[in-house]
Design a protein around this ligand. Structure first.
Ligand SMILES: [Zn+2]
Length: 342
């Protein structure tokens, strides 16, 4: 409601893509889109929040800030804010969607790749996804033993790569394209098929140093603007496995966008704002996943609250830093695309 009100105040056109899933109080859930600027834009900045549900709070705050003070737009430019691609996860304080699918592992545009899991994930499944409610079970110790045995980097990559074999497991990519991504892809093709250039910024939280941000590029997707942006922002720019803590994934939103909009030059950046350690974030994801599948899933449970704190810390300094860094990248992307400057 705040997003919609802010969009109307800013003079944006609003659109809403409804999902069949419901919130914990039986609320309807929509992916909301606010469109500022040209109706048939040549150049577009597309800002996306909440691909990972519970990570949406930071992105939503940043989008409210952008609506309160939008960047200057030329006659042929548009700024489009996609408010929460996974509203089920935001409402239920989950990373995954209504089918336990990690949407950033679900953007497969080809058929026939909805199976399998990394071999090491299969060995870690029992540790990552116990079929029981949350409890203390020496997870950190057991994970570090797995790291010693297989290598920390290999373990991290196997967990985060995405898997299609364990439907109740973490980082599950699904068995088909999910309703939210389907609606979003159809919307993009109907509305932006004639755009010349698009910079997409996909905002996440949970990776990297506390309150710091990292820009991650998608191998092969639009690498013109982002190295320039990265230098101007003096921020680390990373791709896949070259960064400590980062990893490569299958079925990401960024990898799909150029194929969704084949006539458009697509630049893509995934902006991560760091929160807690990778171990603490993973542990919080694991316990919430157990509560969702093997508890009653209500959102006041400590497992839910810990996941929220792990991905959107309550400290005001963190929240201010998150909004400042997210809006900074959006403004600079707009300045570069619309006005050719940084
Ligand atoms: Zn994320």
């Amino acid at each position: 409601m705040r997003f919609r009100a802010a969009a109307l105040r800013a003079g944006a056109a609003l659109d809403a893509l409804p999902l069949a899933a419901r919130g914990p109080h039986d609320e309807t859930l929509t992916i909301d889109l606010a469109w500022l600027g040209a109706h048939r834009p040549r150049h577009v900045v597309l800002h996306i929040s909440g691909v990972h549900g519970v990570e949406a709070f930071a992105g939503s705050a940043a989008q409210l800030a952008l609506l309160a003070a939008p960047p200057a737009l030329p006659a042929d430019g548009a700024l489009i804010l996609v408010h929460v691609l996974n509203p089920y996860g935001m409402a239920w304080l989950r990373r995954a969607n209504e089918h336990n699918v990690d949407l950033n592992r679900n953007f497969h545009l080809d058929n026939g790749i909805w199976t399998g899991a990394p071999p090491l994930y299969k060995r870690l499944d029992a540790l990552l996804n116990p079929a029981s409610p949350p409890e203390r079970d020496a997870f950190a110790l057991r994970l570090s033993v797995a790291g010693l045995r297989h290598g920390v980097r290999a373990v991290r990559q196997a967990i985060a790569h995405g898997q299609h074999r364990y439907p109740r497991g973490l980082f599950y990519g699904g068995a088909e394209l999910q309703p939210g991504p389907r609606l979003f892809i159809d919307w993009l093709q109907a509305q932006l098929g004639s755009a010349e250039t698009l910079i997409a910024i996909d905002l996440h939280t949970g990776l990297g140093p506390y309150a710091g941000d990292t820009l991650l590029i998608e191998p092969g997707v639009g690498t013109t603007a982002l190295p320039i942006l990265s230098r101007a922002l003096q921020r680390p720019l990373a791709g896949g496995n070259t960064t400590p803590g980062a990893y490569t994934v299958r079925g990401s939103l960024g990898s799909a966008l150029p194929r969704v909009l084949p006539g458009t030059r697509v630049e893509f950046v995934l902006q991560e704002i760091g929160t807690r350690s990778a171990l603490r974030v993973l542990h919080a994801l694991r316990e919430e996943n157990r509560w969702h599948h093997y508890g009653d899933g209500h959102t006041e449970h400590p497992a839910k609250r810990r996941l929220l704190e792990a991905l959107c810390p309550a400290a005001p300094a963190w929240r201010e830093a998150a909004v400042a860094q997210a809006t900074d990248v959006a403004y600079r992307a707009a300045a570069w695309l619309f006005h050719g400057k940084l």
